[in-house]
Design a protein around this ligand. Structure first.
Ligand SMILES: NC(=O)c1ccc[n+]([C@@H]2O[C@H](COP(=O)([O-])OP(=O)(O)OC[C@H]3O[C@@H](n4cnc5c(N)ncnc54)[C@H](OP(=O)(O)O)[C@@H]3O)[C@@H](O)[C@H]2O)c1
Length: 260
């Protein structure tokens, strides 16, 4: 049965918590007294999240997903919520991207979410669990960014997965959080700088960037509010309210100015 949650004592697994938004969600949850397990591949980055249980996990591996969920549930005696923030992005022009790039994006952004959810369902539907699942998608799930077709398609798929989960299993309260551009994360670290310059110029000049830049802490606050709600929505937005940059250069300046 769904109930509004005090965050204190809430048992949460945050997947994709070694950097960026997932890390900030974990930090805010720990700060509010939740019991938090954090999963990602970079175990060294998880280790300094004081107060959280670090779990090394590559979500592309089903066995590692199963073990990560079981480990978190064993530590806490169950699970109230899973927050899925893991993702990779690649510049994948449709005419040149190879299948390995498509696989990397879909395995991490969609299949990993499905696997973590599958293994978490017995805990989320157990007596006494708050039964929450939160998936971070992107504003590119509604309007694909040119050059990011694989990423945008994966986020649209994640949104449909979340909706399917809600209807298939009403005992789990699932929410898709549509995230807008957010500074200070590692999501673009793998981008080739030259290709990024070419495509990002189009994103700004042709109006694909529709929201101002925000910080990971802004997104984390939306997620924590969701976890406190008695009846969370199936879909909600975490997008910046500051001015939208009109050019790549202006976007870069905004990102620099907003760096924590
Ligand atoms: N930043 C933005 O502008 C923006 C905009 C819209 C949506 N989002 C969404 O917000 C979420 C967080 O992204 P972010 O911007 O904070 O990026 P980020 O700093 O790169 O965080 C991504 C997280 O995913 C983890 N991850 C990637 N591959 C993994 C794998 N195979 N197994 C386990 N974990 C994996 C990374 O950890 P390891 O590398 O250590 O595994 C990292 O902790 C993502 O879902 C992203 O799509 C971000």
């Amino acid at each position: 049965m769904l109930r509004g949650n005090e965050l204190g004592g809430l048992r949460v697994l945050v997947v994709g918590a070694s950097s960026g938004i997932g890390r900030e969600i974990a930090l805010q949850l720990v700060g509010r007294g939740a019991r938090v397990a954090v999963a990602a591949r970079r175990a060294d980055r998880l280790a300094d999240l004081v107060g959280a249980t670090p779990i090394a996990c590559d979500v592309r591996d089903p066995l590692q997903c199963e073990r990560a969920v079981a480990r978190a549930a064993a530590d806490f005696g169950g699970l109230d919520a899973v927050v899925y923030a893991a993702a990779v992005s690649r510049i994948t022009p449709v005419d040149t991207a190879d299948i390995d790039e498509w696989k990397a994006v879909f395995e991490t952004n969609v299949f990993g979410a499905a696997l973590i959810t599958k293994f978490a369902i017995p805990y989320l539907t157990a007596e006494g669990s708050a039964g929450r699942a939160v998936f971070l998608s992107s504003d590119s799930s509604d309007v694909a960014f040119p050059g990011l077709s694989a990423y945008s398609a994966s986020k649209a798929a994640l949104g449909r997965f979340c909706q399917g989960l809600s209807d298939e299993l009403p005992a789990v309260s699932a929410t898709e959080v549509v995230v807008g551009p957010t500074a200070g994360t590692d999501i673009a670290d793998g981008f080739d700088p030259v290709l990024f310059g070419v495509w990002a110029t189009r994103w700004f000049e042709e109006g694909f960037v529709r929201h101002g830049l925000q910080q990971p802490a802004d997104v984390a606050r939306v997620v924590l509010t969701l976890l406190e709600e008695a009846s969370p929505p199936r879909r909600t937005f975490a997008v910046g309210v500051s001015a939208v940059a009109a050019s790549l250069e202006e976007g870069r300046l905004q990102a620099e100015a907003k760096a924590p």
